[in-house]
Design a protein around this ligand. Structure first.
Ligand SMILES: [Zn+2]
Length: 329
């Protein structure tokens, strides 16, 4: 049963939003586009695993995609976590094309494609570290001790996987043989350790602890907020800016008309620029003339605020905006 589905990563959504608001000739576009490509390849890789996992008995396995759990000294992120009553399984999904070689001498993954080699961090080390952190996180939760298995999955069925060491070959699985591998793990761990009630409790604890990572793209890529194109974006053709006429937003490129397209722009502001906004800043960003219309929207969003009426600062909650992504686009 899928408890937490595979969704387009927030980082990809933000990269897309940023690219839409950068001028066509902006020098940072190529690096942002390449980062977006990598991010979406990772997402498609994870998505492709769902069809393989669909053959598993639905009632026996609980599936979580992209959990990010705060922990000291740093949070841990699991591509896929599978819970069952007899064992847990962490999957680290790699969607890398060409040929990949697991080099356990130097703990690196080497990709060779079109005669070019590129090194990545060792995903086996990565997933083992995640296992340690998950076990540490579970300890104070007072759950019965349960085996936690780990696997690295190569999601691209055309990728050639190589390794010289048997330990490595047992930890790495190609997508098409993942279900078989899970069945053999189920044979290895037959004893029921967790009750349905206990699994439900851990499910709720994991979902509650999950904290998505919201990258600060402008800081990372050294882009100033003043370089961004302002205005409300057309939800139909993505053109900027829409014009406000008769209480609605009108697209000057495709004539589409919307009454709430400003909500996506406010989300862009909150997630790309900063999590606070004044009436003036909002009007500048939306290219809106009316202070009373901006005040009405800010009021209707029930945002916490500080300051008196004139210089009131509204607090836009990043995580609420990130969680509501689908509602606005
Ligand atoms: Zn349009």
């Amino acid at each position: 049963m899928i408890i937490k589905p595979c969704e387009i990563p927030i980082k990809a959504r933000l990269l897309e939003a940023l690219l839409c608001r950068l001028p066509v000739a902006h020098p940072k576009r190529p690096v942002l586009e390449s980062e977006l490509g990598k991010c979406m390849a990772g997402y498609r890789g994870e998505q492709s695993i769902d069809s393989v996992l669909a053959v598993l008995p639905e009632k026996e396995y609980l599936l979580f995609h992209d959990l990010r759990i705060p922990s000291t000294p740093y949070p841990f992120q699991l591509d896929i976590l599978i819970l069952s009553s007899s064992f847990f399984l962490i999957l680290e999904v790699k969607n890398i094309a060409g040929e990949i070689y697991f080099d356990d001498d130097f703990h690196q993954l080497i990709q060779t494609k079109h005669d070019q080699a590129q090194a990545y961090d060792d995903p086996i080390l990565q997933v083992n570290r995640q296992r340690t952190q998950l076990l540490q996180w579970l300890t104070p939760k007072r759950a019965p001790t349960i085996p936690v298995e780990t696997l690295v999955v190569s999601a691209n069925s055309l990728t050639i996987v190589r390794a010289k060491n048997k330990e490595v070959t047992e930890k790495v699985v190609r997508r098409n043989s993942l279900a078989l591998k899970i069945n053999s793990l189920a044979k290895k761990h037959q004893e029921d350790i967790l009750s349905k009630k206990e699994l439900k409790r851990l499910t709720n604890l994991l979902l509650k602890a999950h904290t998505p990572y919201i990258p600060k793209l402008l800081t990372t890529y050294k882009i100033s907020a003043t370089e961004l194109l302002t205005g409300v974006q057309c939800p139909n053709c993505r053109a900027l800016p829409m014009k406000r006429k008769w209480g609605k937003w009108h697209c000057q490129s495709c004539s589409y008309c919307s009454s709430d397209a400003h909500l996506a722009a406010i989300r862009d502001y909150a997630l790309l620029i900063k999590p606070t906004v004044t009436n003036r800043e909002l009007r500048d960003f939306l290219r809106l003339d009316s202070a009373s219309v901006a005040a009405k929207w800010l009021h209707s969003m029930n945002l916490p605020y500080t300051g008196s009426t004139r210089d009131r600062v509204y607090h836009l909650n990043w995580h609420d905006f990130a969680a509501d992504w689908h509602d606005y686009s």
